[in-house]
Design a protein. Sequence first.
Length: 270
Amino acid sequence: MKEFYTIGEVSRIFNIPAPTLRYYDSIGLLTPWETGENGYRYYSKAQFEIISMIIFMRSIGTPVKRLSSILNQQNANGIQEELYRCEESIFEKIKELERLKKKIIIYNRNIQETCYSTDITLEMLPKMYMMSKSFGEEDELDIEEILNSTKVSGTWSDTAGIISTITEENLLKGNFHNYERYGYLSEIPFTRKNKYTKTLPAGLYVCSGMKINTVEHFEADDAYKKIMEYIEKNNLQIRGPAIERNVLDLYCNDKKNPTMYFRIYIPVKK
């Protein structure tokens, strides 16, 4: 192995762009070993270990200026502190990716169950988590009030679907457009509870997908009538409000009148 290498050679050996090496030189992080009579600047093979260290520390996210300070210390404390910091940061990223993975799996499953079938099913569902408030006198939707109820609720809500609820009384009367509450529903637990949150216990639900093509939601009447017939036919008793969850909206070339897919959950007991 020869002793000295040009910037181009070091760039090829370590796959570091030449402009990056020049930048490292300008801030004193990695300065060429010597300057030849021809004016060219050369790196020594003795610098290969430090170059490898720089590559490793940059790969785990250490900023260049922090790395320059760390490598000028007289002991390994700075490097270890940085490794601990990066380790903690990586663990947090893994947690966030796991949350994102879970969100994708749940959303994909909800689409699969809702958008391709209007079959009515009887299912045992796990706990669900609802953040909601009552409709006002004019049915105003103040979602912001719900989201601002805690600093973390906005993060939780990105795993949730917007919902409205219909009381048992209105279901039995056939008032399928008379909503009681609105808010969010998710399969992922709250990070913090507040006056708007409620945990729905695991239990038996009558479920069905519903496709809406009209602003007035005329299709809902037929969907709910079929569900109520199913409940009566199977000798089931409603044990709480129906939850109407928005799963997916598609423009379908009409942004003012999108096609909407809902999942309906009605808690029941035999």
